[in-house]
Design a protein around this ligand. Structure first.
Ligand SMILES: [Zn+2]
Ligand SMILES: [Zn+2]
Length: 235
């Protein structure tokens, strides 16, 4: 009966891709998935920025104190990928999370292969309690959950956001590290090497601050993996 109802509903309101709005049985159509701007060339091994050749650190990260060992993003936060992340975050696009996780696994396989044997646990950047209650979910945790299953590593919810900070994207680049400092805490024991998941890497200050508290709480090393990375200088 449910199947029949679903079928009728699909006839009247054909399912569409969340990103382009075209008719599609999947939440994200293949055309959109293929059009995501990928980061699959040479990168900075520290922060994941696309570079002309592979480097150990780059102009954007060399002068910063970044507490994670390495960060890698699967795509550029632009075009259809930016729209997909936006839908995931603000338009109740929860069903996009498996597709975005698949995108990460497809593009960042090199990075994952390098570190996965060392990883003990997967964690994600938390939202404040208020924001998570308002949104109904944490988009980074949804992606982390998918990766936890695919990579067969336990997911830890040890990180919490202790107070609400203004959204990083509403601040100038220079204000971001100060804004986020002291915003996170670790509520349960953590050990070993951690793979930290977030949706978008911008200046790195959020994931670096999370890495700092994880290390302080006992983690041995922190790696960062995000869906996307902002394209502008300073990111
Ligand atoms: Zn589409
Ligand atoms: Zn770099």
């Amino acid at each position: 009966m449910v199947g029949l109802f679903r079928g009728l509903l699909d006839l009247v309101f054909p399912p569409t891709c969340k990103v382009c709005g075209r008719q599609s049985k999947q939440t994200l159509c293949d055309r959109c998935m293929d059009s995501f701007p990928k980061i699959d060339g040479s990168i900075c091994l520290k922060c994941g920025k696309p570079c002309q050749r592979e480097v150990g650190s780059c102009r954007e990260c060399a002068h910063k104190t970044l507490h994670f060992s390495r960060a890698r993003s699967a795509g550029i936060y632009a075009g259809s990928l930016k729209e997909a992340v936006h839908q995931l975050k603000y338009k109740n696009g929860k069903r996009l999370s498996p597709h975005l996780a698949r995108f990460i696994l497809g593009v960042a396989g090199d990075f994952i292969d390098d570190i996965i044997h060392d990883i003990d646990v997967i964690a994600c950047v938390p939202l404040s309690r208020y924001k998570e209650a308002k949104r109904g979910y944490n988009q980074s945790r949804l992606i982390a959950q998918e990766l936890s299953v695919s990579l067969n590593k336990p997911l830890s919810n040890c990180l919490i956001k202790t107070h609400t900070t203004p959204e990083q994207n509403k601040l100038g680049l220079a204000d971001r590290p100060r804004n986020i400092k002291g915003a996170f805490a670790v509520k349960s024991p953590i050990y070993g090497k951690v793979l930290l998941i977030d949706d978008v890497y911008t200046t790195g200050s959020t994931v670096s601050e999370c890495a700092r508290v994880l290390l302080q709480a006992g983690a041995e090393e922190v790696f960062v993996l995000t869906v996307a990375r902002t394209p502008f200088a300073g990111g």
